[in-house]
Design a protein around this ligand. Structure first.
Ligand code: ANZ
Length: 849
């Protein structure tokens, strides 16, 4: 069966695709319904590896599927080609190296790999984000955001990567406090930087996730929700003794205001410094020592809940606005400076962190919500003994006193020790407290988010120059539109080594410019943009990639966008998707598009592992895409990947067998060669059993693909190929019309996974290219009726009954039917079954002891 020259077949069809360009999307005159299928575009660092192969195999399955369903499909490809790896490679290359060369050489290699993979792209729309024709529109976007007040400069404490010598977005700092880029421990640094005001969109970014439920993986939606992290509650203003201004705290539990027994401020906040400055000497001294210790602990460590609580009393007092109670003010590092207002009202009875702190420093604990009191729902049934005393009265408040148990009462209940709020449920009390605070001007309903504004300045060369000018008199003005694109200077002549300041600043001719308003000397902003800006809108650029007058065609966006199916790795679950969603909403607000979510459905594939860990260059466990295709061929490589398991599962590359896939493809092709009937043969006269298998696949394949059960479709194709082979070799023989019908079905469906083999089959079957454009057939409903077969039931080796059962019955179901069968029961005559062997659908064998 290895008689086919896989490589000759591949080359033949790759040449034909390159010549005829059959997968170019239909133009304006095309009246078919449309689908926009997009794979997350690759970053051109080195060659593609098997993780990419998996991703782009799935992209091709989806794109080809919709073409077979009669859709006009847009499936473009481009490169996310700015970024640090190219720059780092140029730095390694020494003086005179240019990141551009490295980048574009890699892109050429990628393009070659994709052609060899048989990906059905519309090659007329290729874009690279490092092309001036592309990044010119990043500059346009930046200036639009600036005009709208959504791009601004701010001094701030930023995350600094000491190895790459550049700032990082919060999203680029891993949970262990290291840089996603270099792996270095991220440090804090004060810098003035450009930010995009994504927090203005926090509510919309959160609320619109609901419309994606069912279309995006639930896990990704949850990750986005947590990242945005909206908390709803109240801002409450506390008078501070000896200070004119009040201190505001954010609380999600204003209902517990009567239970506040102290206040805690973040030690590294300006507020703490100021309160300490007004405190007695010994408190000042305590505070200074404590602050030094705090500055040595990482943010991650600080947020760890099970760590012993530390803190110092500032010897200052706040006044509770609801009851006038004096609250001592402490500084403790479990309160974070950049969340809420950097200060909390501590309610130890109902908040675990506050309780841990109160117990550590012997502060009072006042219960204000009786969590043993029922609130809503079923009234508890209390059983009484003969004397009318409850048998189990349930927990009593005294039994669960948090001061004793150390466990905060966080559940719902009825308010107590809270004046006029007593007896209310938590929800009612929250509303009432907010009303009271608002009436007295000491508080208001408020929301707080974990989401921070998007820091987009980078002190690196290989990115989009920020199109802004700093004038001598301290104004900041946009580079005039007629000077855009603001091109990068020549990299050769520049020292690209990270120095903590952008290398562009050293390009003297480039940096010096004039103030467009006054003509006075001025300086260009030397930073470049985070490359996540580039990828936040690229899906729109594919709609008119060579347009020199606008970022994208609004008319084409009406036709094609949003993306119907977006396919990529779960590593982009937060950053890229959140930014793309944000920019989409901005473009919607600018009136340029008519939708608010960029990706209507999202498919995340699992990872390809080697030696149990994710393939990556840094781990040195890469299997390259190009070399993996050489021996087995692209089709076998693709089939093996798809067949390795469900889309969302991780794949162990060691477990993936390309030889099995090779054999299957050879069998499929052999079937096409063996067909011995003309194309106009009447299928209805063909072998019924084989026709049933074919039509069941026609019936199931579309649903299976839409549910991304691609591996199941491959298994079903294997089944159909085997059934066809059986008919060819059986009495019906290769002339049977059902054989041709089945072979044609195999070609059309196999195209999703093994397009070269499929095209070859199609041509062997006597059709003109391309099977990739052939519309799938409808199943014949009369052939879908479930076949029934006869199952034999044996007891101790003797046939006791026969059952007529569906051919596809499962073993469990068959066993149950057999056990309940009347003849079987009679034959058993009360004896017990000690063993059952079931071979569905044919045999059930019972043994009695
Ligand atoms: C009083 C209270 C009583 C609270 C209670 C909770 C339970 P999430 O849900 O994560 O948003 N908090 C506010 N600002 C903080 C800061 N900068 N650092 C650490 N903690 C802070 O948490 C909101 C709650 O976290 C707020 O509600 C506040 O404690 C605390 F029974 O106020 B709460």
């Amino acid at each position: 069966s290895g008689a086919f020259d896989t490589h000759a077949i591949q080359e033949k069809w790759q040449r034909a695709w390159a010549e005829k360009d059959p997968f170019r999307a239909g133009g304006d005159e095309d009246t078919r319904p449309r689908k926009y299928v997009l794979g997350m575009f690759p970053y051109p660092s080195g060659d593609l590896h098997m993780g990419h192969a998996e991703n782009y195999a799935y992209v091709d399955v989806v794109a080809r599927f919709w073409r077979h369903r009669g859709y006009n499909v847009l499936n473009p490809i481009g490169w996310d080609s700015f970024g640090l790896p190219a720059e780092n490679a140029a730095i390694k290359g020494g003086a005179g190296s240019d990141p551009r060369e490295w980048t574009y050489a890699n892109i050429d290699q990628h393009k070659k790999s994709f052609r060899e993979f048989g990906s059905s792209y519309d090659w007329s729309r290729v874009l690279h984000t490092s092309d001036p024709e592309y990044y010119r529109w990043n500059q346009w976007l930046f200036q639009k955001l600036y005009e709208k007040g959504l791009a601004y400069r701010k001094d701030g404490v930023v995350n600094w990567d000491p190895v790459d010598q550049t700032v990082l977005a919060n999203e680029q700092v891993l949970p262990d406090g290291t840089s996603e880029r270099s792996g270095a421990e991220v440090v804090k640094k004060k810098l003035t930087q450009w930010y995009f005001k994504i927090t203005d969109y926090a509510d919309r970014l959160l609320d619109d996730l609901n419309q994606l439920e069912g279309f995006w993986p639930h896990k990704v939606l949850q990750m986005q929700r947590n990242w945005i992290g909206r908390s709803v509650g109240a801002d409450i203003d506390f008078e501070i003794e000896g200070r004119d201004e009040k201190v505001t705290v954010f609380s999600t539990r204003p209902d517990t205001l009567h239970g506040a027994t102290f206040m805690v401020v973040a030690p590294d906040s300006d507020l703490a410094a100021e309160l300490a400055a007004g405190a007695p000497d010994d408190a000042q001294q305590r505070f200074r020592t404590y602050l030094k210790a705090v500055q040595k602990t990482s943010e991650i460590e600080r947020q760890t809940t099970d760590r012993p609580k530390t803190g110092v009393f500032l010897d200052r007092y706040a006044v509770n606005p609801i009851n006038g109670v004096r609250l001592p003010i402490w500084a403790a590092d479990y309160v974070l400076a950049d969340y809420g207002h950097g200060a909390v009202m501590a309610v130890p009875a109902h908040d675990q962190r506050d309780l841990d702190f109160a117990r550590a420093f012997d502060l009072p604990v006042t219960v204000v919500v009786d969590t043993t009191a029922p609130v809503t729902g079923a009234i508890p049934v209390i059983e009484l003994d003969d004397d009318g005393v409850p048998i189990d009265p349930g927990p009593q408040l005294d039994d669960i006193d948090p001061a004793v148990t150390g466990i905060a009462l966080t559940g719902d209940g009825r308010l107590t020790n809270s004046g006029s709020l007593n007896g209310m449920s938590k929800r009612t009390a929250i509303a009432r407290v907010i009303e009271e605070l608002e009436a007295s001007g000491t508080g208001r309903a408020a929301k707080t988010y974990r989401l921070r504004d998007w820091l987009i300045s980078r002190q690196r060369f290989w990115g989009t120059p920020i199109p802004m000018i700093h004038t001598e008199d301290g104004r900041i003005v946009p580079v005039p539109e007629d000077q855009l694109p603001l091109l990068l200077p020549d990299a050769r002549g520049l020292d690209l080594k990270p120095k903590g300041a952008s290398p562009l600043g050293a390009a003297t001719d480039w940096v010096h410019t004039v103030d467009p308003e006054t003509g006075e000397p001025a300086l260009r902003d030397a930073d470049t943009m985070d490359t996540f800006v580039d990828s936040s809108w690229y899906f729109l650029r594919f709609l008119s990639p060579t347009d020199a007058t606008e970022p994208f065609s609004e008319r084409q966006a009406l036709r094609w966008a949003p993306v119907d199916s977006y396919i990529g790795g779960v590593e982009h679950a937060i950053l890229h998707l959140l930014y793309a969603r944000f920019i989409t909403k901005v473009l919607f607000d600018l009136g340029m598009i008519d939708f608010t979510e960029p990706f209507s459905s999202l498919i995340n594939q699992g990872m390809v592992l080697l030696g149990g860990s994710k393939m990556s260059k840094s781990k040195g466990n890469l299997v390259e895409f190009a070399s993996s295709m050489v021996e087995p061929g692209a089709d076998a490589s693709r089939v093996a990947i798809v067949f390795a398991g469900p889309v969302e599962d991780d794949i162990n590359w060691e477990d993936v067998s390309t030889t099995g896939a090779q054999k299957f493809l050879a069998r499929a092709l052999r079937v096409a060669h063996d067909v011995d009937s003309p194309a106009d043969v009447v299928w209805a006269e063909g072998d019924k059993a084989l026709r049933r298998v074919t039509h069941r696949l026609w019936a199931d394949a579309p649903g299976l693909v839409e549910q991304t059960k691609f591996n199941v479709v491959v298994a079903r194709l294997m089944e159909l190929v085997n059934a066809t082979r059986k008919t060819i070799d059986g009495p019906a023989g290769p002339k049977d019309p059902a054989v041709r019908e089945a072979a044609e079905a195999v070609a059309m469906i196999l195209d999703l996974f093994a397009p070269h083999t499929a095209e070859e089959m199609w041509s062997v079957l006597g059709y003109e290219p391309f099977v990739g454009l052939a519309t799938w057939r409808q199943p014949d409903p009369t052939l879908l009726v479930e076949e029934s077969v006869t199952a034999v039931v044996q007891i101790d080796g003797k046939v006791r009954s026969t059952l007529s059962v569906p051919a596809r019955i499962g073993a469990d179901e068959l066993e149950q039917l057999a056990r309940g069968d009347e003849k079987v029961l009679r034959a058993l005559a009360g004896r017990e079954i000690s063993r059952a062997v079931v071979r569905a659908p044919k045999v059930v064998s019972f043994t009695t002891s």
